[in-house]
Write a protein that binds this ligand. Structure first.
Ligand code: ADP
Ligand code: MG
Length: 317
């Protein structure tokens, strides 16, 4: 059988949550196009509320899209819903472990739901792979948060899908367990499983993913190989605290400036184009008296700014 080039293809995906008595109508996805290459570890990066979970829940068949096309492993989720669902395992953002099952029972029930015959079940293998071998017969309510999350990963893999999707997998997971989780995920990827994960931590996406899509307010701001993206993310901030607090960020020739709390301001520069030295020179030339200066690495907000306002801002008239 031919394998698809893309594990997942999303074309013009729109999701509008209708208004309720207490909330206005919400445009969670505004026409998203995305191709996730087979075999990749793909990061969906974006701040809270960007639309990541909505996108994943649509792929998982847990949320109904408003319009657009989604193909999983070449299978349209509208016309081949069952086949599409069989091709992915999803670890949702919210942990929803059944407190009355043991992990072993939980995995068996899940495998049964996907029609995996008992001879092909991998319950013990999955428990071991996720560091739960000695918890197989404990009650789920006795497991720590990290263990529950790993159980969710095991559940998502019971039917051996070629695509594994993890929504915010490291929320509430401590460092040690995180490492275990990643080593399992990387091992799956080495065996050919396409991995999609969402996170709002740039660092996490940077470390794990070979491709990153940045999504913001229901739109894909950028989607490219991690190395290409990082080359573009060369913005740095210098935070300046003047002797006299300012109420407006001063204009500095060649740099973007922004007001900070407490009468301070930031100066943004690109490491590829200028240096801290040049920022300092521009500050000196401006005649400001400076009390303190600190440098900052970019956070997600700066990343969006640098990607969405890549062109220098127009000179004031
Ligand atoms: P993310 O996972 O990136 O944090 P979500 O997909 O959860 O983002 O949310 C995207 C937007 O859609 C947010 O503004 C959120 O409040 C809204 N939203 C999410 N789920 C629902 C829902 N069930 N009903 C109404 N609005 C929702
Ligand atoms: Mg989410």
């Amino acid at each position: 059988m031919d394998l698809p080039d893309n594990a997942i293809e999303i074309i013009g995906l729109v999701k509008t949550y209708p208004a309720t008595k207490t909330t206005p109508q919400m445009h969670a996805l505004k026409g998203v196009d995305l191709a996730i290459p087979r075999g990749s570890i793909f990061g969906l990066l974006g701040p809270n509320g960007a639309g990541k979970s909505t996108m994943i829940n649509i792929m998982a068949g847990l949320c109904k899209k408003t319009s657009g096309t989604v193909r999983i492993w070449g299978r349209d989720i509208d016309t081949r819903a069952r086949d599409a669902r069989a091709a992915i395992g999803v670890v949702p953002q919210e942990i929803a472990a059944d407190p009355f099952f043991t992990p072993r029972e939980s995995l068996e029930v899940q495998a049964g739901m996907y029609g995996v015959p008992p001879s092909e079940r991998r319950t013990d293998e999955l428990l071991a792979a996720l560091g739960l071998a000695d918890k197989g017969d404990a009650y789920v309510r006795q497991l720590s948060g990290g263990m529950k999350r790993r159980l969710m990963v095991a559940k998502a893999m019971t039917h051996n899908p070629p695509v594994l999707i993890l929504d915010e997998p490291t929320a509430g997971v401590d460092v040690e367990l995180r490492r275990q989780l990643w080593s399992y995920v990387l091992e799956l990827n080495r065996r050919g499983v396409t991995i999609v994960l969402t996170t709002h931590y740039l660092e996490e996406a940077e470390e794990l993913c070979d491709h990153i899509a940045i999504i913001n307010r229901g739109e894909v701001a950028v989607c490219e190989p991690t190395a290409t993206l990082l080359r573009r993310l060369d913005t740095r901030n210098v935070v300046v605290t003047p002797e006299e607090p300012v109420t407006e960020a001063p204009a500095l020739e060649g740099f973007e400036t922004k007001l900070r709390p407490g009468g301070a301001f930031s100066v943004t520069y690109r490491t590829g184009q200028s240096s801290v030295e040049q920022v300092l020179a521009a500050l000196r030339a401006s005649g400001l008296h400076i009390r303190d200066i600190a440098t900052e690495d970019p956070d997600l907000e700066d990343v969006f700014l640098s990607l969405t306002y890549a062109a220098p801002q127009a000179e004031p008239a």
